[in-house]
Design a protein around this ligand. Structure first.
Ligand SMILES: [Zn+2]
Length: 163
């Protein structure tokens, strides 16, 4: 297992470096096609509103916010504080999508305080997430990545064959 995408790619493609250019391109195209087919299959089967990693994060934030106390300060402003836990509290504004912990506005994703506040107000936490975290965006971005990657790979392969 490698620590980043570039190392993983280099490991996978090292066998193709000695190939003639046409064989190297065919090898790389085949590898990438398999990777993206696997990812596309996962994305096509995914039925939840957010991409898998973000669904996990949201579930985790809900779990962390589950035992927090929520006090109303206004229609959209709530003070969320720990009831004997080690977590710190926060003041959440559900209209402005902010929390005094800073995570909500920074990540454009509800922090545990915002999750607790949204539950208190019966507001879906999905409406508090950036559209960039949605499954729809994930699928669209995957297609764009594929086009860019294939273009770069062919370019790199052509450059390597000249040296
Ligand atoms: Zn917060």
């Amino acid at each position: 297992m490698t620590s980043n995408w570039a190392e993983s790619f280099n490991n996978t493609t090292k066998d193709a470096r000695g190939f003639p250019i046409t064989a190297a391109v065919a090898f790389l195209r085949s590898k990438v096609q398999k990777w993206f087919a696997s990812r596309k299959e996962k994305a096509d089967k995914w039925t939840k509103p957010l991409a898998p990693e973000m669904e996990e994060d949201l579930a985790l934030h809900f779990e962390k916010g589950r035992y927090l106390n929520v006090d109303s300060c206004g229609p959209y402003t709530l003070q969320v504080h720990p009831g004997g836990t080690v977590m710190t509290g926060g003041v959440v504004d559900l209209q402005e999508h902010t929390c005094t912990c800073g995570l909500f506005q920074c990540m454009k994703f509800p922090c545990p305080h915002a999750c607790a506040a949204s539950q208190e107000r019966s507001i879906s936490a999905y409406t508090l997430c950036s559209p960039y975290y949605t499954t729809e965006y994930w699928r669209r971005h995957m297609k764009e990545q594929l086009c860019q990657l294939v273009t770069r790979m062919i370019g790199n392969c052509l450059m390597t064959s000249r040296t």
